[in-house]
Design a protein. Structure first.
Lengths: 762, 223
């Protein structure tokens, strides 16, 4: 590491540490840290690794439930799915790397999340990608979209994990800071569950996979834990940060997956941990801290990609496709043999050591970095101080000053006179040009793939006990809602996820979250984060959904402007019997169209449009009071829908011809998508004007049926409001008094919209 | 109903378990054969499944053709044993010169994962013997380099010898003469870009791939 002359910035600041953090490090060590030690603290105490601004708020989330095997804090959350199968799930962001180098940024995001899943002993089975870009009216956005989608396609397809869904959102607030989130789910025989901890003095820490290079150094601190400076967006995305983006190799990862799962199958590892953010520094300190032991790391034993690397570079490199396994010395020959089969490099880089004990008898494991196992000690710090003892900040919070004005600026009344047909057409966009670039079918599990409300998969995979269960996945977010009221909006986003899962017949069992926010040093952003977490906690408690994992991505800002709060909720559902394809969007001639669910909130006389796509994207109005949501009524509607659909999935005769959640764009967009999917129109009436047609409160579903009496009776018995809107038939979609448009026109608009939007940008 | 099918696994192959599952659904015995093996003893048919053998480095299939198992695969093929290459397996068979021509990047220069309608245009191959001429099958494609190409002399030969076994009804990738699958002269070696194993159960939306896999198993039974 370069030494700093007195005139230069102190080293700790260059590494992203504040003066008071430096003071704490001196307290922990009882001496001045050397430069290598400082580099370790710099990455481990970064916002990205330590969650130092968000942890005190995250404690408010409910994390326990009867099926939860592993909650937040491990590499992934795990639930018991029954039939001897456990499901592991995790969501992460790779926002800043993707802003600078979209292809590699997105690709390595996929690679990183896969390692989090197979670290738990699970085979990764599916990926979902929520993506957020600026309005695609400039060449840079097109470059970002093509790069990100290409990176996900290239890495995910090649590594052999299907991408089964996601989201695609365009909004001006992401113009210079796109969001690239990725969720991965995997499954394992329940008895194979492993945790990322070291134990057993004398056991070996074995580095598996790629050699270590200079790529991605400081990724967590330089890139992920600071905003982009500069006044104009594009220029501020400085090329100088590009070397902090890692480079991915899906072929290396594929072999690493197979080798690690084989090692776990053979019972050859004591603990295993992926190398992600903060590289070897993170993996060694976390495994030692979790196991309450020490570890000696021989930095000279780490296989390197290039000569002349300094110890701090080796320890903080974020070179991809690496894992750290804890292995007994006796197992080592078999480990080497298995790795050779899969052409995976393996090298002993560390040894587990006895902890020392403090005055209270608590074990303190030291992480020692050495030059040769018996060589010079280059760094000597308590492992837990790196992994767990980062400072916690309760940063100042303040409600945004313009909030009252925003709430007062309600757009609902202005919508009455609009051209509803034109509005509807402008909201249709089929994301198929994106998802057809993703293998979404591998493992023969995908019963409902991308483009639907939620993905529905068989709960099956190589090495799993056989089961006829199904697994549903949805990712949901709504920055338009969150800009108005992060608390209500995040609660409603959880509800929306549950509704999407219900459409597949599954019952939601757990959620994970990726909290994408602006700069936490802005009090308004901390207020948004805190409100959002409270909203999530409220909904999850009311709906009985434990939060089993999460990721916080802060500093999503550019030129001092924060993104709108964007909490993404990943929802996992389970379906008892999946032996038949359940009904989808496509409605059929002669079926009755029924709107299920509460049409308005208690005490509400109208259908608020604030935060809807109609308000924001058509009217250009970003103010107003967000709708209220009755979570109990919502849960009843979801339960009804999932039981109606589950009957079909179990292969029994059911009442539904088709079913669709009412989401973005409201009933108007939902029915238009059903008309496109079915290739046939419908004549519908009874909606309360433009407002009810386009308002977006979750908990409503459009269902079609051949037996309308039975469906209404079933809904009544379940205490769920239901109203008949009309009948499927004809060449046009007619919403009486509001709009009439041919199915051909809907279809042409929807199919071409994305390609047109991106082409126009060129 | 049939013999034992070997499913070849190169590092980077990813459709091997899917191929095994679909074959077993038809009552076959299927077992994985790792690329470092050198013998195919006891096997009655071979499938080279989809994926990214050796990372598709250099070109899809270019390194896989040098894997130790490929010598045995060539010998198995020249002895008349049924061999089917699916997607990446097709690319490997072309690189190994067990089939003529090559697969180049799709016309649109993007990866494509979607349903395709295929027409059976020859039934004189181990993969299509149980299908009817002109029969339409809904089978997914999943590839970046799936656009078949060859010189005109080879194309004439493929046509004259009735070796174009499957064609796309709507060409998704710019493939020459709408070719989705071809066979060797004897009809025992077939390559196709679409994935019949992905159309192997009503739960997946199509069972049309079973017509093809059943044909292979019939060939395995008499092999």
């Amino acid at each position: 590491m370069a030494t700093n002359s007195p005139s230069e910035e102190p080293l700790h600041r260059a590494l992203g540490l504040t003066d008071s953090e430096f003071g704490e490090i001196v307290d922990v060590l009882g001496r001045q840290p050397n430069s290598l030690e400082l580099a370790l603290y710099g990455v481990m105490w970064s916002e990205h690794c330590s969650y130092k601004s968000s942890r005190i708020h995250l404690k408010r989330l409910p994390t326990e439930g009867p099926t939860v095997l592993v909650g937040p804090g491990e590499n992934a959350g795990v639930v018991d799915a029954g039939d001897g199968i456990a499901v592991a799930i995790r969501i992460e962001s790779h926002n800043h790397p993707s802003a600078i180098e979209p292809h590699q940024g997105a690709a390595t995001g996929v690679g990183g999340i896969l390692r989090d899943i197979f670290t738990m002993g699970a085979r990764p089975l599916a990926i979902m990608d929520p993506l957020f870009f600026g309005v695609p009216d400039d060449a840079r956005q097109r470059w970002l979209v093509e790069g990100v989608v290409g990176g996900i396609s290239n890495y995910g397809n090649s590594v052999g994990v299907p991408t089964v869904g996601g989201e695609l959102t365009f909004d001006r607030c992401y113009q210079t800071n796109p969001l690239v989130n990725v969720l991965c789910v995997g499954a394992l025989p329940v008895e194979r569950l492993v945790l990322g901890q070291a134990s057993g003095t004398g056991n070996l820490a074995v580095l598996l996979g790629s050699s270590t290079g200079r790529d991605g150094i400081g990724g967590v601190s330089v890139l992920a834990s600071a905003g982009f400076d500069g006044e104009d967006g594009a220029a501020s995305l400085d090329d100088a940060k590009r070397p902090s983006v890692q480079v991915g190799d899906p072929y290396e990862e594929k072999r690493l997956i197979e080798a690690c799962l084989a090692l776990l199958d053979e019972g050859l590892v004591v603990g295993i941990q992926d190398l992600g953010g903060a590289g070897l520094a993170c993996a060694t300190s976390e495994t030692a801290a979790r196991g309450r032991v020490g570890m000696d790391v021989d930095v000279s034993a780490v296989p390197r990609r290039e000569p002349g690397m300094e110890p701090w570079e080796v320890m903080t490199s974020e070179s991809q496709e690496r894992m750290l396994a804890i292995v007994t010395p006796e197992s080592m020959p078999k480990v080497e043999e298995l790795c050779a089969r899969w052409e995976v490099r393996c090298a002993v880089v560390g040894r587990v050591t006895d902890p020392e004990y403090d005055a209270d008898g608590e074990p303190i494991g030291q992480l020692r970095i050495r030059d040769g196992f018996d060589g010079q000690i280059l760094a000597d710090v308590p492992a837990a101080s790196l992994a767990d003892d980062a400072p916690l900040y309760n940063r100042p919070m303040a409600e945004p000053s313009q909030r009252a004005a925003i709430l007062a600026d309600d757009p609902t009344a202005d919508a009455a006179g609009i051209d509803a047909t034109a509005a509807l057409l402008s909201l249709l966009m089929d994301p198929a040009p994106v998802y057809r670039q993703y293998d979404h079918q591998l493992f023969l599990n995908t019963v409902i793939g991308p483009g639907a409300d939620a993905a529905l998969l068989r709960l099956a995979g190589p090495g799993l006990p056989s089961s006829t269960k199904g697994m549903a996945l949805s990712t949901d977010s709504n920055p338009r809602w969150c800009a108005l009221d992060p608390r209500k909006a995040t609660s409603a986003t959880v509800a929306e996820g549950m509704a999407n899962v219900a459409v597949t017949g599954a019952t939601s069992v757990a959620v994970v979250n990726c909290l994408n926010f602006g700069n936490p040093e802005h009090p308004e952003v901390m207020w948004q984060l805190s409100e959002s977490i409270d909203g999530m906690a409220e909904a999850c408690t009311a709906l009985g959904l434990p939060v089993i994992g999460g990721n916080v991505s802060l500093y999503n800002e550019s030129g001092g402007i924060d993104i709108d709060p964007t909490p993404v909720i990943g929802t996992l559902g389970l379906l008892d019997v999946l032996v038949s394809r359940p009904p989808s969007f496509d409605w059929h001639e002669g079926e009755s169209v029924v709107l299920l669910g509460a049409r308005s909130a208690p005490g509400e006389s109208h259908h608020p449009l604030a935060g809807s796509r109609l308000a924001v994207d058509v009217l250009g109005r970003r103010g107003g009071r967000l709708f209220d949501l009755d979570l109990e009524a919502h849960a009843r509607a979801c339960t009804l829908v999932s039981s109606l659909v589950a009957t079909h999935a179990a292969g029994k005769p059911g009442l539904l011809g088709s079913i669709h959640d009412v989401g973005s764009g409201g009933v108007a967009v939902a029915t238009a998508e059903m008309a496109i999917a079915g290739g046939i129109g419908a004549s519908l009436s009874g909606l309360d004007g433009v407002a009810e047609a386009f308002c977006e409160r979750p908990g409503r579903f459009v269902a079609t049926t051949d037996d309308v009496e039975a469906l209404l009776a079933t809904a009544t018995a379940a205490d769920v409001p239901a109203v008949v809107l009309g009948m499927v038939g004809g060449a046009s979609l007619v919403l009486d008094g509001l709009l009439e448009v041919s199915v051909d026109a809907l279809s042409a608009q929807s199919t071409g919209a994305l390609v047109k939007a991106l082409d126009a940008a060129g | 109903m049939s013999g034992t099918v070997g499913v070849i696994v190169f590092p980077g192959t990813n459709c091997e378990h899917d191929a095994v599952e679909a074959l077993e659904r038809l009552g076959a015995d299927a077992r994985l054969v790792f690329h470092t093996e050198t013998s195919l003893q006891g096997l009655d048919a071979l499938v080279l499944p989809g994926g990214f053998a050796h990372g598709d480095y250099l070109r899809p299939g270019a390194i896989a053709r040098f894997s130790p198992i490929m010598e045995a695969v060539s010998a198995f093929a020249s002895d008349g044993g049924p061999v089917v290459g699916i997607c990446n397996g097709f690319q490997v068979l072309c690189e190994a010169h067990l089939l003529p021509g090559a697969l180049q990047k799709n016309r649109g220069l993007t990866f494509l994962c979607e349903s395709a309608v295929l027409r059976v245009t020859s039934t004189r191959s181990v993969l299509t013997s149980g299908a009817e001429l002109g029969q339409e099958l809904v089978v997914p494609i999943n590839h970046f380099s799936g656009s078949y190409t060859c010189d005109l002399e080879t194309l004439r030969q493929l046509r004259d010898e009735d070796r174009i076994v499957l064609r796309y009804v709507e060409n998704p990738n710019g493939s020459l003469d709408d070719i989705a699958g071809i066979s060797n002269e004897a009809g025992n070696v077939v390559g196709l870009m679409p994935h019949p194993e992905r159309a192997s159960s009503p739960l997946l939306g199509s069972e049309d791939g079973l017509v093809l896999l059943s044909s292979l198993l019939s060939a395995a039974a008499v092999a």
